[in-house]
Write a protein that binds this ligand. Structure first.
Ligand code: NDP
Length: 462
């Protein structure tokens, strides 16, 4: 799969921060249980901590978030932890980083830090020769628009090759998202119908029944399009629409996703609805009169032989009726409705990949209604992934750190894909359509139905 050399040191920049506490220590612990982290782990941040302080933080983080902790494994992880207190903007820090990682041939550096520090960190790493080897994992956001994404990439590329850069979109590390690829490319029966001849529409829904949850100041700078559409949901469109990769080579899969983006025109404002939930302006941290969207709906077209003319609908929002993430493929109706009458619903065939709250796949088909009449109605055939296969798989960060350690790039975003995705959403960043109000607990403004109808199953179309 990958011929990259395995990591022999893990450097955690931002070791005292929130992401490290919430996600990275639990992931490192799980990987230690599995025997995948057996190298030194060096935490680097400004706080004046000792090695033992970092170990205390790691223990607390793991015990708070993991059930039935394997204390021996946690002890092994802690024994590998070292801490270095230093400011990334000071050259003296880098001499000490080099000392602590001396001899490491393939250091993997996780930058769990604000993006404005990337420049200092990459320069600091270069100054002690660390960019000549190893890999660097960076966290989203990858810019705020196309121009800032390009700047960020230029900063990283000053001293790193693209092959050394692992951009985390943690959504791609989730099992059900990876499963989309497996359903599509491990099953030959889908391929003949997976195109404009048979598919009427594809809908991607990411609705959250909760609001900004006290993160008003963060969210107000971002909004739904930057927060989830540009990254997670366009990635989902790409997974649904891409051609089969030519090989298992990680580059082959990323090439196919980028081809999908290249076949998309920038968003047409006439086919986008932005919404703002009533009460958002009263949230702490939200600017007075803010026009940040908490909801976005849109139609995207993919100008390719496979998909031309098939609308891809995206609908995403906060404070909505239910928390659901799913991709729904609606097939065309048969040319003649032999078994429909005025009392029955000629619902189309639907394939629903539900990722949240349950992880399942449903096929909606027509079946005969028992009785003397020859009429049909829709029935759902649902298979629960966990029930069939057991277990709910690793956390996204566990998965992605494991991949970065062995150099498997498949689930990481590539520069060209990130920049293409910004190009697509750019018309909606500024100037943009006004936000339409909607009530909490609904599916968003009614006007959204014209650009992204709710998928079959959530609404009945007859
Ligand atoms: P925090 O602000 O909690 O942590 C920032 C870290 O960077 C701290 O360890 C801090 O050290 C360190 N730091 C900041 N400035 C310096 C400096 N000049 N020199 C040395 N260390 C420095 O951020 P988060 O953990 O929340 O986020 C990190 C990144 O991950 C961000 O890009 C964020 O967007 C992204 N992210 C975060 C998520 C989350 O859930 N938190 C989710 C998804 C992405 P100290 O505190 O010791 O000064």
């Amino acid at each position: 799969m990958t011929t990259a050399p395995p990591a022999d040191a893990f450097l955690l920049f931002g070791a005292s921060g929130d992401l490290a506490r919430k996600k990275l220590f639990p992931a490192l612990y799980e990987l230690t249980v599995e025997g995948r982290v057996d190298m030194p782990v060096v935490g680097i941040a400004r706080s004046e901590w000792s090695d033992d302080d970092l170990r205390d933080r790691a223990r607390e983080s793991v015990r708070d978030r993991v059930d039935n902790v394997d204390e021996a494994a946690l002890g092994r992880l802690c024994s590998r932890l070292r801490y270095l207190s230093g400011d990334y903007t000071e050259q003296s820090t880098w001499g000490r980083v080099a000392e602590l990682t001396e001899g490491a041939q393939v250091p993997v550096s996780f930058l769990a830090i604000p993006p404005f520090l990337f420049d200092d960190v990459v320069e600091g790493m270069a100054s002690v020769g660390m960019t000549e080897r190893g890999r660097v994992v960076v966290e989203k956001p990858f810019g705020r628009d196309l121009a800032t994404a390009k700047e960020l990439n230029a900063t990283l590329h000053k001293h790193l090759d693209e092959a050394q850069i692992f951009r985390i979109d943690h959504f791609l590390g989730k099992e059900p998202v990876q499963n989309l690829m497996v359903y599509r490319f491990a099953n030959s029966m889908l391929e003949p119908v997976w195109n404009r001849n048979h598919v009427a529409s594809v809908s991607i829904l990411m609705s959250e029944a909760f609001g900004v949850d006290g993160r008003g100041a963060f969210y107000d700078e971002v909004g739904a399009i930057r927060d989830v559409v540009q990254n997670h949901l366009l990635q989902m469109v790409a997974l649904m629409a891409m051609e089969p990769p030519a090989s298992k080579d990680p580059a082959a899969m990323r090439d196919e996703k980028v081809k999908v983006f290249k076949a998309m025109k920038p968003l047409d404002p006439a086919r986008v609805v932005r919404g703002q939930v009533n009460g958002y302006l009263d949230e702490d941290g939200v600017a007075e009169g803010s026009d940040t969207e908490t909801f976005a709906a849109m139609t995207i077209e993919i100008d390719s032989w496979r998909w031309a003319g098939v609308p891809f609908h995206i609908r995403a929002g906060k404070s909505m009726a239910q928390t659901i993430t799913e991709a729904v493929v609606e097939f065309k109706q048969p040319p003649s409705m032999l078994f429909a009458d005025e009392d029955t619903c000629p619902a189309p065939n639907v394939l629903r990949f539900r990722m949240k709250p349950d992880d399942n796949i449903t096929m909606t088909m027509q079946a005969k209604v028992p009785g003397l009449e020859m009429v049909s109605r829709a029935i759902d055939m649902t298979v629960d992934y966990e029930e069939q296969l057991g277990g709910d798989g690793p956390d996204a960060y566990e998965r992605l750190i494991a991949d970065a350690l062995v150099g498997d790039e498949r689930l990481f975003a590539r520069q060209d894909g990130v920049e293409e995705a910004w190009r697509i959403v750019e018309p909606m960043l500024a100037p943009r359509n006004p936000v339409l109000p909607y009530a909490a607990g609904t599916w968003g403004p009614d006007e959204a139905d014209a650009v992204a109808p709710l998928p079959s199953g959530l609404v009945t179309r007859c």
